[in-house]
Design a protein around this ligand. Structure first.
Ligand code: 5AD
Ligand code: SF4
Length: 448
């Protein structure tokens, strides 16, 4: 009955794990009659799925909450109830502060407790005051997510690991997502099969420290990737995000042997100075990272690399920063993300003397200029080459379709919409700052 349909608006910040979690929360409350809408104005339930990794992310949440408070008041004046839920890592890390600063929030729910959302929602509709659910329950939240065959785009996210035991000096993840937990291989393979049956051609294995996966039923991530590679109809496998210390010989060998494992790896190094790497508690030196890159490239010569960088970690001097630039020159990245260090309450680095803000800004600009130049060179080098593209949707202009190369570059080509969800061969005709233009050569032969 249409009267029973309730409106849900979800805003998601942060990593791909949050994107996945938001989709699962949407599935969970769909069973209660909630349907997603594009605007929060007349929503019955608004979920903010938040990120706490850098300070600006948390500030965005508080400013969004200010706007929602007004909408909630407007709803109340019309006799409707808007339930406001804050989920994700800000909820987990700052639950108490949230309630103090935004007492009109109805539900505060941490990332390990999403399966309790329907129950909290029933209570929120009946009670007043903020309900907080931020313990780390022992039960496996994934087991509680609805497992019905659900839609899948050509690229599907599949979390296999959550939490982190590494405790890098700057990072909140071990505190917000808790200790490392790996899903059993059988559960991962079953979900992958379902996703492929629902249209996925590429699967992105997700985890805060995904290559530390140590679930039951396979020998590490390499064993799991080999199991997944045998799924018919699955064409591409990626995993993100990894720690250099958790790369091992069998995973490197998988990059050589498993054709479905794409030749692209996001392997954050954070910085290039041994002194700062030690201060960050990363557990390796710059030379060890370069050695690892050498082994990976020997295993898979067309491997393209991506990384995360932090500039201005406490104690970073100008010469430490110069070593980061030197490492970037030595590797040659296809793309990378870089950030100014942001002190996170409760993390070890936050208590140390801080690098002045203008210094961080200067270093970030210099690093980003170098990374941009490397990305441009990498893209430029693709012009004239034949690449396979997984088409994921319509392009910017009429008659165009868009997709991704194995190296994650967005690619646009003139072609029929019927190619969306398929892999096609293209010839790259031009490199733009953030994408490639291409001419379609041929679609892969249709699968029997
Ligand atoms: N400040 C800046 N960047 C950070 N990251 C994690 N914590 C911080 C912080 N406190 C970055 C790291 C990590 C990425 C996901 O976010 O580079 O790899
Ligand atoms: Fe954070 Fe990654 Fe370090 Fe874990 S390995 S503490 S998630 S930066």
């Amino acid at each position: 009955m249409t009267d029973d349909i309730k409106r849900l608006h979800v805003i998601t910040w942060g990593c791909q794990m949050n994107v996945y979690d938001s989709d699962r929360m949407i599935d969970l409350v769909a069973a209660l009659g909630y349907r997603p809408v594009g605007e929060p104005e007349a929503a019955d339930l608004v979920i903010l799925n938040t990120c706490h990794i850098r300070d600006k992310a948390a500030e965005k949440v508080f400013s969004e909450l200010g706007r929602l408070r007004d909408l909630k008041r407007a709803s109340a004046l019309q006799g409707r109830r808007m339930v406001l839920a804050v989920a994700g890592c800000v909820a987990q890390a700052e639950g108490a502060e949230l309630v103090a600063r935004a007492p009109f929030v109805d539900i505060v729910i941490g990332p390990q407790a999403y399966h309790r959302l329907p129950d909290l929602l029933a209570r929120a509709n009946a009670e007043r005051g903020t309900l907080i659910e931020t313990d780390f329950p022992a039960d496996d939240k994934f087991a509680h997510f609805p497992q019905s065959a659900r839609r899948s785009g050509p690229t599907a996210l599949l979390p296999i690991q959550e939490g982190c035991d590494r405790f890098c000096s700057f990072c909140v993840v071990p505190y917000t997502r808790g200790p490392e937990q790996s899903r059993p291989a059988a559960a991962v393979v079953a979900e992958a099969r379902r996703l492929v049956a629902c249209g996925a051609r590429e699967i992105v294995l997700l985890g805060q420290n995904v290559n530390a996966w140590h679930g039951e039923g396979a020998q590490g991530l390499a064993g799991l990737v080999r199991m997944l590679a045998s799924i018919e109809g699955l064409e591409r496998i990626r995993y993100t995000t990894s720690h250099p210390r958790d790369m091992n010989a069998s995973l490197i060998a998988a990059h050589h042997d498993v054709g479905k494992l794409v030749p692209f790896l996001h392997l954050p190094v954070q910085c290039g100075s041994d002194r700062i790497l030690a201060a960050m508690n990363r557990g390796h030196t710059a030379a060890e990272y370069l050695e690892l890159i050498g082994q990976l490239r020997a295993a898979r010569p067309d491997l393209a690399l991506s990384s995360d960088f932090i500039v201005g970690h406490p104690g970073e001097s100008e010469s430490d920063f110069a070593e980061t630039l030197a490492l970037v020159h030595a590797v040659g990245f296809a793309q990378a993300f870089s950030f100014k260090y942001s002190a996170r309450p409760g993390t070890p680095a936050a208590a140390l003397p801080q690098v002045p803000e203008p210094e961080k800004e200067r270093r970030l600009a210099a690093l980003q200029a170098l990374l941009r130049e490397q990305q441009r060179a990498f893209n430029e080098n693709c012009v004239g080459r034949e690449l396979s593209v997984l088409f994921t949707g319509p392009g910017r202009r009429a008659g165009q379709i868009a997709g991704r190369s194995v190296w994650q570059q967005p690619v646009h080509a003139a072609g029929p919409r019927s190619l969306v969800g398929h892999i096609g061969e293209v010839k790259i005709s031009a490199a733009n700052p953030n994408s490639l233009s291409a001419i379609l050569l041929a679609e892969e032969p249709a699968q029997a």
